[in-house]
Design a binder for this molecule. Structure first.
Ligand code: R5P
Length: 312
């Protein structure tokens, strides 16, 4: 185990994410402390942090079910500074509100920008995994005066799939998944010692509503007889992947598995996938879920170490 930078003093987390945060604490050899949280009958929150704090403090909070957690962050960050933290790094494996990146109809709040600004005001740095940055290229663009690190789990998922599925065709369910699919195809090939990237392609998608999409398979990638692995940054209701899976099977695919970074899987999403014909679902532990099979903790630990060293 490598020694932590001397300024890295403490990992903070909430009880429901203690497992992932303690894995990070072990990887960095830094003590973990849990923030006590009380919810009053009227819905307000009271937090109690360990004290005193000093040096660089890391807060682990993944933003699935984000609304109450954003309030937690707005309370925890200034409290940590008042208690002595010099620098604050937010490790936010799933960064919510990134899909609303333009006003799709006049008057809509561009949540990506506003949530980014909120986090930038509270933290010196934000480390996240596969944020949905479709129309912007770097996280820094939405984190004014803070530092953003966007890691990717696509390589880990590509390697995982390549080691479990023979000669897979990696398929993104929409154009936005192209960067993840390309990265997964390269890492998958590396993992099995093959030179060219794994076969890969992506579909086109038209969103008709929250739970309704139309998916068009890529004409350039024959699906018949192939073991398809659908790769995406996230699954929410599961409809995108389920429709893509059904299309693949109707086109003669031998099997369809799914590998996603963020397993949001709201309500009956897993049933939706099963009804779509999906065989296995794999995800990372960015969002703790029964399908979590690939850990991003080693990736995050390296990024925290590097960031702590630059913050000094
Ligand atoms: C959007 O482009 C994302 O990459 C996902 O494809 C989308 O959020 C999935 O949503 P759902 O599972 O609700 O179809």
């Amino acid at each position: 185990m490598r020694a932590p930078p001397t300024t890295l003093q403490r990992i903070l987390a909430f009880a429901d994410e203690a497992d992932q945060a303690s894995a990070l604490a072990r990887a960095l050899d830094v003590p973990l402390a849990i923030i006590e949280r009380h919810r009053f009958p009227d819905g307000e929150l009271k937090l109690r942090l360990p004290q005193p704090l000093q040096g660089t403090v890391v807060l682990w909070r993944s933003l699935h079910q984000p609304n109450e957690k954003l309030v937690e962050l707005m309370l925890a960050a200034p409290a940590a500074r008042e208690l002595g933290a010099r620098h604050l790094i937010l490790v936010c494996p799933y960064l919510a509100y990134m899909r609303q990146d333009i006003a799709f109809t006049p008057g809509e709040a561009v949540s990506q920008r506003h949530v980014g600004r909120l986090l930038a005001q509270a933290f010196d740095a934000v480390i996240t995994v596969d944020p949905h940055l479709h129309r912007i290229s770097t996280l820094d663009e939405i984190l004014p005066a803070s530092r953003g690190v966007a890691l990717s789990a696509a390589g880990l998922l590509g390697a995982w799939a390549a080691q479990r599925v023979n000669d897979p065709l990696l398929l993104g369910p929409d154009e936005e998944s192209a960067p993840w699919v390309q990265r997964a195809a390269r890492a998958g090939a590396d993992a099995i010692g093959r030179l060219p990237p794994l076969d890969h392609a992506w579909c086109r998608k038209q969103r008709l509503g929250d739970r309704s999409v139309r998916v068009l398979l890529p004409p350039s990638a024959p699906i018949g007889g192939r073991a398809v692995v659908l790769i995406d940054d996230m699954a929410s209701t599961g409809h995108t992947l389920a429709i893509a899976a059904r299309q693949c099977l109707d086109a003669g695919a031998a099997s369809v598995d799914v590998a996603v970074t963020h397993a949001l899987f709201v309500d009956d999403a897993l049933d939706v996938l099963q009804r779509g014909g999906v065989r296995t679902v794999w995800s990372t532990d960015c969002v703790p879920h029964a399908s979590s099979s690939v850990s991003v903790v080693p990736l995050v630990a390296d990024a925290v170490r590097a960031m702590a060293a630059t913050l000094g």
